[in-house]
Ligand binder design. Sequence first.
Ligand code: FES
Length: 128
Amino acid sequence: MTLSEFTTRTTDTDACGAFVAVAAFDDLLVDTPVRVDLENRPPIMVVRTDDGVFAVDDTCSHQDTSLSAGWVEGCAVECPLHEACFDLRTGAAMGPPATRPIATHAVQVVDGLVSIWVGGADAASDAA
Ligand code: FES
C-alpha cells in the first residue's frame, strides 16, 4: 500500500474508536507533515520527527488552514498562513494569532505501520 493509499483510506471505526493504519513508517520523511483524510472526519496531520511520530488535527485553530502545508521544527508545527505554532505533543497554541489548541491523536508504530487513534477521545487517552 502506498502512502497516498493510506492517507485517503476510509474507516469503519465505531463510536468507540480504533487505531487506523495511515502510513508505513519508512514512507514518512522526517519533519515532513502528511495530511490524512479519513471518511467523515476532519483531516489529521501526521509527522515523523526526531522525537517520534505525532498526529494532530490538520486544521489551524485560528482560521481554516491546513497545518500539513506548514513547517515542522522540533516538536512544533508552524501554520503557513499567519505563522502560529502548535506543540505537537499537546496541541497547545504556542503564540498568537492562534489562542486555542488543536486536538492530538494517539499514535502507534507496530511492525513498520503507523496507526492513529480516531474516534472515542476518552478511550484514546486510555490506550496511549
Ligand atoms: S490560519 Fe493559522 S495562524 Fe492564522
